[in-house]
Unconditional design. Structure first.
Length: 299
């Protein structure tokens, strides 16, 4: 199987842009790490795929975008974060959730996520405060909710498609596309895009049939003169940014008093801290925690 990647294109008139992605291996890796049920893998995979496409628009090594979805459903909260490299990480509250499938046989992501809540997008571009936009959930299926977010929060109408297929508990296909209209798009361009609506089938339907992200762009927007953007192709993979140094800094931020209390609790047995994004374990002994307490900047 080839490596996952995303690619972007812009119409010749500059009003329509699209990002298409094959995220199959990335989503399967996330499923494996978290031992997720098929529905939980689909929910997380859709969000990871969206985060990868949104992250590809970022500029700067320290910039990031985070999607937080909380719909009141049994899966709990979904959190996915991605930097400008397009390689996201993510987690959900309960990876065991797996409601009955829809009558069509498709996974019922909406039932797992729920609709009594919100989709929040947080962009950190290195300014003093990150930008955050929040919209009510429309369906809990994530793609429709992201389409609603762009329209309501960023006044950028468009179409988002996200999909994950599973078989025998494993992810066999995952991908998506994000079509957006730039501000000031003429009505005739919008009308032309609406004519393409019958072609907006699930990305997994196209990918499982052998289509590439480049093919998806051609198939979805046949009436537009789309130009692949140079150097827009990016490999994507599931990538956690945790490290022992980051965990140590988080512990130090607790302050001296809390760390000394924590050290006492760890005298009988070392502390084990698990990363929620990759399940990597970091073990700290009581003497090490006491040393961190002495170096803490606040009481």
């Amino acid at each position: 199987m080839s490596h996952d990647y995303l690619i972007k294109a812009l119409s010749a008139d500059g009003f329509v842009n699209i990002c298409a992605i094959d995220s199959t291996k990335m989503v399967e890796e996330a499923r494996r790490i978290h031992n997720a049920s098929p529905t939980a893998a689909a929910a997380l995979g859709r969000c990871l795929t969206a985060a990868a496409m949104m992250g590809s628009d970022l500029k700067g090594a320290r910039s990031s975008v985070t999607l937080r979805i909380k719909g009141g459903g049994p899966i709990g909260t979904i959190i996915c974060s991605c930097g400008e490299d397009g390689c996201p990480r993510g987690t959900v509250t309960d990876f065991s959730v797996d409601p009955p499938r829809k009558p069509s046989g498709k996974l019922d992501v909406g039932a797992a996520v729920g609709t009594d809540g919100y989709l929040e997008v947080i962009r950190d571009v290195g300014m003093r405060e990150p930008y955050a936009g929040r919209v009510p959930l429309v369906s809990g299926e994530i793609a429709e909710d992201l389409t609603s977010y762009y329209f309501q929060s960023e006044q950028s109408p468009g179409v988002c498609g996200l999909g994950v297929l599973t078989q025998n508990g494993k992810v066999t296909c995952a991908g998506g596309y994000l079509i957006r209209l730039l501000p000031g798009t003429p009505d005739e361009v919008i009308d032309e895009l609406e004519k393409c609506a019958p072609l907006f089938v699930p990305a997994t339907e196209l990918l499982s049939g052998g289509a590439t992200p480049e093919d998806i762009i051609s198939i979805l927007l046949p009436g537009f003169d789309m130009k692949i953007l140079e150097e827009s192709r990016k490999p994507v993979e599931y990538r956690c940014t945790c490290s022992r140094d980051r965990v140590t800094k988080a512990l130090v931020s607790l302050g001296k008093a809390e760390l000394l209390k924590f050290a006492k609790e760890c005298e009988a047995e070392p502390a084990e801290i698990n990363c929620e994004f990759c399940d990597k374990r970091y073990v700290f002994q009581a003497p090490e925690i006491r040393e961190l307490a002495e170096n803490a900047s606040r009481p």
